[in-house]
Design a protein around this ligand. Structure first.
Ligand SMILES: Nc1ncnc2c1ncn2[C@@H]1O[C@H](COP(=O)(O)OP(=O)(O)OP(=O)(O)O)[C@@H](O)[C@H]1O
Ligand SMILES: [Mg+2]
Length: 260
């Protein structure tokens, strides 16, 4: 990695509940814990990433939607999270309004990319930026894909895991063609894996066969600590540094650094 360059990752899959936010929080936090300066941008109106990092935006206070609408600069809403070295651009339920308000605006697909390039935003302070996407392929996810260098795709290890991936791949292809030619796929990461079950092993095998060059080696096991950590407003390693979920996300962080 070049000195002073920031790598921007969108964490996307239009399927709900596959581990996007868990991956965004814990990957970002593991890199921050390793001494990197990291920013997490919450693009989801559920605000799960914000809450999971101990941040709740009071009603009426600015959040990511105000940035996308051009009502404030991104630098004015960046704030520290519960993890030293990890900053957050928070979301709030108001982001749901984006689906109504964004389509009418100019450069509607590039609003996040433009915000991250604002002169007032200290982009060079960060070595990694992660963008947590909502469970849809709408304008918010498109904004994330346009702003990103690479996409990380969490895939839940279940029977219907591959369903929807073709549609996601074609959206990524369309964004690459029209708006962000440099966009690449960093990889698919298998989440909530229970390797004691034959089904999980079969699904893992199927995904590695379909996407041999695209699957991260690290798999994230099903681990109750990962599900508990958000209610404490912290990533899993701050709750239990030696649980399997914590180990997995540190391993994934190493792979991400190595891939560059
Ligand atoms: N490896 C895991 N082990 C156990 N529980 C997990 C794991 N990963 C995620 N979960 C839990 O599964 C649920 C869905 O995870 P998460 O919120 O990360 O998915 P998501 O893709 O961001 O969902 P959405 O599409 O709604 O944004 C959450 O309750 C989370 O705590
Ligand atoms: Mg989420």
């Amino acid at each position: 990695m070049q000195e002073g360059t920031v790598l921007i990752y969108a964490i996307a899959n239009q399927k709900g509940g596959v581990g996007k936010t868990t991956t965004a929080i814990n990957l970002a936090a593991c890199l921050a814990q390793s001494g990197e300066r990291v920013l997490l941008v919450d693009m989801d109106s559920q605000a799960n990433a914000s809450h999971g990092l101990g941040v709740r935006v009071p009603k009426g206070q600015p959040a990511i939607l105000d940035v996308l609408l051009g009502e404030c600069g991104i630098a004015s809403i960046v704030r520290p999270s519960s993890v030293p070295g990890l900053d957050l651009v928070p979301s709030s339920p108001d982001v749901a309004g984006a689906s109504v308000l964004l389509p009418a605006l100019e450069h509607r697909e590039s609003r996040l990319r433009n915000a991250l390039a604002e002169p007032g935003f200290p982009r060079a302070d960060y070595s990694f930026i992660f963008i947590d996407c909502p469970p849809s392929l709408g304008l918010l996810t498109v904004n994330a894909l346009v702003a990103a260098d690479q996409v990380i795709i969490p895939v839940q290890t279940e029977y219907y895991a591959l369903e929807g991936l073709a549609q996601l791949m074609s959206t990524i292809g369309a964004v690459r063609l029209r708006l962000n030619p440099a966009l690449t796929i960093a990889g698919l990461v298998l989440t909530m894996v229970d390797l004691r079950t034959t089904l999980a092993r079969q699904v893992e095998q199927e995904i590695r066969t379909h996407f041999p060059a695209l699957s991260f080696k690290t798999v994230v096991p099903r681990n109750v600590r990962l599900a508990e950590a958000p209610s404490h407003g912290v990533p899993v390693f701050m709750l239990d540094p030696h649980c399997p979920g914590s180990d997995a996300y540190f391993d994934l962080a190493l792979e991400v650094v190595d891939h560059g």
